[in-house]
Write a protein that binds this ligand. Structure first.
Ligand SMILES: C[S@@+](CC[C@H](N)C(=O)[O-])C[C@H]1O[C@@H](n2cnc3c(N)ncnc32)[C@H](O)[C@@H]1O
Length: 278
């Protein structure tokens, strides 16, 4: 039987949404053309666009990367369970939709620390009737809380390969918060054959942009922005084997010739890649 239980605390989530402070999920939603954002989010997003005029195209290219990589995992790599951390507000081509289109039995748990994502959980939970889709509110900086969460334990079988997705989320974790240690805890919790789908903001393709200018719009938001270099992002996958084409700018990761034709100079200022646990 499909298990489409909606987590109950949506009203609590509603009361905890602070509309006066910019949130990464809502900034991203605004940049993607969504409606679940407030003045503070729009202001931060517009500041970002001033520093990086290609931001809107970049976030769309990032979503397209996520779609292609999840499709690969479900349709070609045989993965049928997904732990998607840093879910974002539901939009088009959500992980469960892409995965369950390829494999209607795919099981997906979404994890986000923004109550607005939980609030929109109902919209997320309209997946395939044979699959399972859950959304939990938790913080990536507390891996043990996520891994021991009852919903995660119920939906994900940690004795079989899992895809851990951290798309567009690790750049909200500061060095002091130890992103490497956090990722290692998830890597250790899953068996051989598991995959890590990762994407991360970088300024490697924008040497003309000052880091302080790029990160400033996030200074007053709930999470700071921490762009990282190629070497720093690759290090997150240490010990696992990158699949082709490696950790590359997201627009270069197996582009779909029809849907994602790359105009000559388009950049997304984000790396993306998929690694397998040996
Ligand atoms: C830029 S969005 C990415 C959404 C989606 N993964 C994608 O790639 O399109 C980043 C998401 O990460 C979430 N996030 C940021 N810091 C987090 C944390 N410490 N724990 C859990 N989620 C976090 C934000 O709330 C937001 O929904």
């Amino acid at each position: 039987m499909p298990d489409l239980t909606v987590p109950p605390p949506t009203n609590q989530a509603l009361t905890r949404i602070n509309t006066t402070v910019a949130h990464p999920a809502r900034i991203y939603d605004y940049l993607l053309g969504g409606k679940d954002n407030y003045a503070a989010d729009r202001e931060a997003a517009e500041q970002l666009v001033k520093v990086s005029p290609g931001t809107r195209a970049g976030v769309r290219a990032h979503r397209a990367f996520l779609r292609r990589a999840v499709h690969h995992l479900a349709a070609e790599a045989g993965i049928d369970q997904f732990l998607d951390i840093g879910t974002g507000i539901p939009t088009q081509g959500n992980t469960h939709q892409v995965a369950q289109k390829a494999n209607p039995k795919a099981r997906v748990v979404y994890v986000d620390n923004d109550p607005i994502v939980l609030l929109h959980g109902r919209a997320l939970l309209t997946g395939s009737p044979t699959g399972t889709t859950r959304v939990i509110e938790a913080d990536l900086r507390q891996p043990e809380m996520i891994l021991s969460d009852p919903d995660v334990q119920k939906v994900i079988d940690f004795s079989r390969p899992v895809a851990v997705i951290m798309a567009g989320v690790l750049h909200f974790i500061t060095d002091e918060e130890d992103p490497y240690g956090i990722v290692e805890q998830f890597k250790a919790a899953v068996p051989s054959g598991s995959h890590l789908l990762l994407s991360h903001i970088t300024l490697d393709f924008a040497p003309q942009v000052r880091k302080e200018d790029f990160t400033k719009p996030y200074d007053n938001s709930t999470a700071p922005m921490v762009p990282r270099t190629h070497a720093e992002v690759v290090r997150l996958c240490q010990g696992w084997q990158m699949i082709d084409p490696g950790m590359v700018e997201v627009v270069r990761w197996r582009p779909d010739e029809v849907q994602d034709a790359i105009p000559g100079d388009r950049h997304a200022w984000a790396y993306g890649g998929v690694a397998i646990k040996p």
